[in-house]
Write a protein that binds this ligand. Structure first.
Ligand SMILES: Cc1ncc(COP(=O)(O)O)c(C=O)c1O
Length: 310
């Protein structure tokens, strides 16, 4: 599996008008299934599980989770078992994302929202570990300390690929941004675009992953671009992403990378960036999510197509 990703220039009239040099770190191209930040975050978790002879990995996610989708496949490839603790009803098992996870051998365990909220609770996790003693517990989104080193490889690659001023990434559970911050070591400006409403929680989560007394002050989570909350977006937002995709030839989906694009466009319009600023956008993948959104008719099927993962 090719694990480095390319850096590509992206052209758009608004970049030209504002004198911005914008590139995309194509982590979406790392692998059709374990794409984007998924591979980066899972890499050392998989190594750890194998090195310590765990039978498998247990993790958490919503019923259309990119993380669950990638984890199921990655575990199957590595000869590990996998269990997904899924927020929601058992009927979700036949949806776009979970059908594949199940096919790749993941055991799906559905829990109600109240139980799901315990996913970081020490006692709950202790009980789970007791029930599955030979499984490695990995938090929602794969965002744990083991994830940081894998994500940090993005910075190592970027430093060999280009010089840049600012890196943008979508933020969901914070592991990706934390890994970038740690590896960047205060070299560049790092902007996280929160795709959900709880910005305080995310900042705390990133600080927690970085550890006490983190010396890094070159990062910020911008919280006003969530467009109503996790996986929420208006028809107008969707149309702006579709237009951007058509104009640039790249595919951004509306839950993560598309929200980063909308934030970028809004920030440019506000004059946020300096002339000649060199911006890198981290494409965190997640294109499988389009399949589930089409299935739920949340996207206009004339504008989007289902990625082929079979
Ligand atoms: C496609 C995609 N992009 C970005 C993110 C956000 O990354 P993180 O959860 O590490 O903040 C996620 C969630 O993990 C994701 O699935």
């Amino acid at each position: 599996m090719q694990t480095q990703s390319k850096l590509e220039r992206i052209f758009h009239p608004i970049f030209k008008k504002n004198g911005l040099i914008v590139s995309i770190k194509r982590d979406d191209n790392i692998h059709p299934i374990i794409s984007g930040n998924k591979w980066r975050k899972l890499k050392f978790n998989l190594h750890f599980a194998k090195a310590h002879n765990y039978a498998g990995i247990i993790s958490f996610g919503g019923s259309f989770s990119n993380h669950i989708h990638a984890l199921a496949f990655a575990c199957q490839q590595q000869g590990l078992k996998s269990i997904g603790i899924i927020r929601g009803e058992a009927e979700y098992a036949s949806n776009y994302t979970l059908t594949m996870a199940h096919q790749w051998g993941m055991k799906l365990s559905f829990v109600d929202r109240k139980t799901y909220r315990l996913r970081d609770n020490t006692d709950y996790l202790k009980d789970l570990q007791h029930k599955y003693p030979d499984y490695l517990l990995v938090p929602e989104g794969g965002s744990n300390k083991l994830a940081l080193a894998g994500v940090g490889e993005i910075i190592t690659e970027l430093n060999q690929q280009c010089e840049f001023d600012t890196l943008l990434t979508p933020v969901g559970s914070g592991g990706t941004l934390a890994g970038l911050i740690q590896a960047d070591n205060n070299q560049h400006k790092l902007l996280g675009i929160s795709v959900l409403k709880q910005e305080d929680y995310l900042t705390a989560q990133v600080n927690d992953l970085l550890g006490n007394d983190s010396p890094f002050d070159n990062w910020q989570i911008l919280s006003e671009f969530h467009r109503g909350g996790y996986a929420k977006f208006s028809k107008a937002d969707e149309q702006r992403i579709v237009n951007f995709n058509l104009q640039t030839g790249f595919i951004f989906e509306p839950v993560y990378s598309g929200k980063m694009i909308l934030a970028l466009l809004d920030l440019i319009e506000r004059g946020y960036f300096a002339k000649d600023e060199r911006i890198v956008l981290l494409h965190t993948g997640g294109l499988q999510g389009i399949g589930g959104m089409l299935q739920r008719k949340l996207l206009n099927s004339d504008d989007w197509s289902v990625p082929d993962f079979k």
